[in-house]
Design a protein around this ligand. Structure first.
Ligand code: SF4
Ligand code: SF4
Length: 182
């Protein structure tokens, strides 16, 4: 391979002994570490897990399947979120609502099972954009640590909103959703 004039100059440049043992880079790195250490609590240091780093309002964490104001599940198992998901992380089965279940599900069809594989999910938010029922949103909550792969398959027990601990998603709602979905 033919070397250009420029690369010849670089390759011919003699390195000093200090450069050979990476001394300038090591000193530079130590100075950055020292600066952050001296900043202490005034700097951006958080005593996790007691103190969590504040996240942006639109930060994309684990999902929630929302309920409406009357506590009924919003999801109608239409499958649009699963189709939109680039990671093929969402699966569900649908069922027909009975008369006795009117207080549980908002529409005639509902998700009997609904699962998200958190190991596949890339937290892109396409599912919440695709949902016509304002049923699924990403939240500021983290996915828990698990000791088996199966633990990362989140079912309705983990996804459906707890009415005693509601999730505010107003910052994530698109104008379209705010205006059309009650
Ligand atoms: S956030 Fe993206 S990858 Fe994760 S389930 Fe939704 S659409 Fe799929
Ligand atoms: S979460 Fe929304 S898009 Fe997905 S199945 Fe339920 S209603 Fe349809």
């Amino acid at each position: 391979m033919k070397l250009t004039n420029k690369s010849k100059v670089v390759s011919n440049k003699k390195m000093t002994f200090a450069e050979k043992i990476y001394l300038p880079s090591i000193i530079k790195g130590m100075m950055i570490t020292g600066k952050h250490a001296l900043q202490g609590s005034k700097g951006k240091v958080y005593s996790y897990p007691e103190v969590h780093k504040p996240r942006a309002k639109v930060w994309r964490g684990r999902h929630v399947l929302k309920r409406d104001e009357q506590g009924r599940e919003r999801c109608t198992a239409c499958g649009l979120c699963a189709v939109a998901c680039p990671a093929e992380a969402i699966t569900m089965t649908s069922a027909e609502r009975t008369k006795e279940q009117k207080d549980l599900y908002r529409e005639e069809k509902y998700a009997e099972t609904y699962e998200i594989n958190m190991l596949r999910c890339i937290f892109c938010g396409m599912c919440e954009e695709a949902c016509p029922k304002s049923a699924i949103y990403l939240t500021d909550r983290l996915v828990d640590v698990e000791d088996s792969r199966g633990g990362f398959i989140y079912g309705k027990d983990k996804l459906v909103e707890d009415m005693n601990n509601r999730v505010d998603i107003t910052d994530r709602q698109q104008e379209r959703q705010k205006n059309t979905v009650k």
